[in-house]
Design a protein around this ligand. Structure first.
Ligand code: GDP
Ligand code: IMO
Ligand code: MG
Length: 422
């Protein structure tokens, strides 16, 4: 069977966790392929909220194997805390969870380096989640990092000491406070000890064997296309490849095995952290969206910036990942707003363009909007045809603009607030 990929098309927090949870029962394996504890994926069952940072969103289904792939950066402390939360809810996440031997480890000094680097940047801060993501990927590409499989080696402590020594040189140079380090290290080593009890494998074999045996694999993206290291609003991005291509390198599955690419987007836009956001609203409408959408970060609790849907950016993200189906989230949040605006192009340097400017020029564009009729209610019916007129028109309009089918409409945080069209 082929592998399907699910990814965010905006600046993260599109609702990926919810969709993975909804689709998971039709898959045998759910695999995270990039990012780390900067992710916060929310699942809501029967009014109870669960936020996952490191563990794939298929974990609530005992029959599904959940894989943390080689492209991920893993913080053992965050991971163990999450496992404890799942155990407390009566789940047994040890049996249906496998970690790639090749995933990179986030060490305590990576967190300190993240903080030191942000402090150094002053006003040009990225707005990082400060989870050590950037420094961990830096070490990966500098060929200096520690990997999950290393925790099983006899020389692990020595290799850790060597990496820490290199980090301390930089932290000393930046005069960064090291007071927190002993406690961070004690917690980290305790978590590493626990990590050894988990299945640590060459998950590229596991995934390819599963596909060869006819099993269905869903690759779960973190962050979003506009935070991609190459194509996002650089340098205000994360440090990994958040596109469909990243799923292949992040799991060791060849492109020819990929079938569907599910592109998840909100009916509007949000961004947490710094960086250009062409359609950002600084007015009462933006505040209304934040309030109605509960737009506060799942990982850091920061208020999310809000704005109208940005079509050039959405089309750009669809192009980069070869999206085959769109899934629109948070339709309920726009209920009662009239009219709804959509950015169709930008003005830049006296010209009109539909190219997404993924560099500093993104801060200089003026969006051109079209107005769409709204809809009055946020009730979720069983069928698409029963949705209010304005919402169905919004969906048809976006399908015509993108040339892609919108196969899922999410109308509330719970699993049940979902209208499927397949
Ligand atoms: P992810 O990082 O892409 O998994 O998304 P997050 O979990 O960080 O943020 C999405 C937020 O929106 C979470 O609080 C979800 O519970 C919530 N959510 C998801 N879908 C919907 C929806 O259709 N309507 C509303 N109102 N909330 C939703
Ligand atoms: P999920 O998977 C939203 C943002 C941060 C910051 C930038 C870099 O929940 O969609 P980093 O910690 O990666 O160095 O931060 O990226 N960011 C996210 N924004 N959702 C996320 O993940 C994010 N992960 C990182 O706010 O602007
Ligand atoms: Mg999130």
């Amino acid at each position: 069977m082929p592998m399907d990929i699910l990814l965010g098309l905006q600046w993260g927090d599109e609702g990926k966790g919810k969709v993975v949870d909804v689709l998971a029962p039709t898959y045998n394996v759910v695999a995270r392929f990039q990012g780390g504890p900067n992710a916060g994926h929310t699942l809501v069952h029967d009014g109870v909220k669960h936020v996952l940072h490191q563990v794939p969103s298929g974990i609530f289904h005992a029959q599904i194997l959940n894989v943390i792939g080689n492209g991920v950066v893993l913080d053992p402390v965050v991971f163990c805390k999450e496992i404890d939360g799942l155990l407390a809810r009566g789940l047994q996440p040890v049996h249906n969870l496998v970690l790639s031997r090749k995933a990179q480890l986030i060490v305590p000094t990576h967190r300190l380096l993240d903080a030191a680097s942000e402090a150094q940047k002053g006003d040009a801060k990225i707005g990082s989640t400060l989870r050590g993501i950037g420094p961990a990927y830096q070490d990966k590409y500098a060929r200096a990092g520690l990997r999950v499989g290393d925790v099983l080696r006899a020389d692990f402590a020595d290799r850790y000491a060597q990496l820490k020594k290199a980090h301390l040189v930089v932290l000393d140079h930046l005069s960064h406070d090291l007071e927190a380090l002993p406690e961070l290290e004690a917690n980290w080593f305790a978590a590493v000890e626990r990590l050894r009890a988990f299945r640590i494998e060459d998950t590229e074999y596991l995934l390819n064997d599963a596909l060869a045996q006819g099993q269905k694999v869903l690759a779960e993206g973190a962050q979003g296309s506009l935070l991609d290291i190459d194509f996002g609003s650089y340098p205000y991005v994360t440090s990994s490849s958040t596109m469909a291509a990243g799923a292949c390198t992040g799991l060791g599955v060849a492109p020819r095995h990929v079938a569907e690419v599910f592109g998840i987007f909100k009916a509007y836009c949000t961004r947490v952290g710094a960086g250009p956001f062409p359609t950002e609203l600084h007015d009462a409408t933006g505040e209304q969206i934040r309030r109605q959408g509960h737009e506060f970060g799942s990982t850091t609790g920061r208020p999310r910036r809000t704005g109208w849907l940005d079509l050039p950016a959405l089309k750009y993200a669809c192009m980069l990942s070869g999206v085959t189906q769109l899934m629109m989230m948070k339709a309920d949040v726009l209920a009662g707003m009239e009219p709804i605006e959509v950015c169709t192009a930008y003005r830049l340097d006296g010209r009109t363009t539909t190219y997404y400017p993924a560099g500093p020029e993104a801060a200089e564009v003026t969006p051109i909007y079209t107005q769409r009729p709204g809809w009055p209610t946020s009730a979720t019916p069983g069928h698409f045809e029963q949705l209010p007129n304005g919402l169905r028109q919004y969906v048809s309009y976006l399908e015509a603009e993108t040339g892609l089918p919108i196969t899922l409409i999410s109308n509330g945080p719970d699993r049940v607030d979902t209208v499927l069209r397949f």
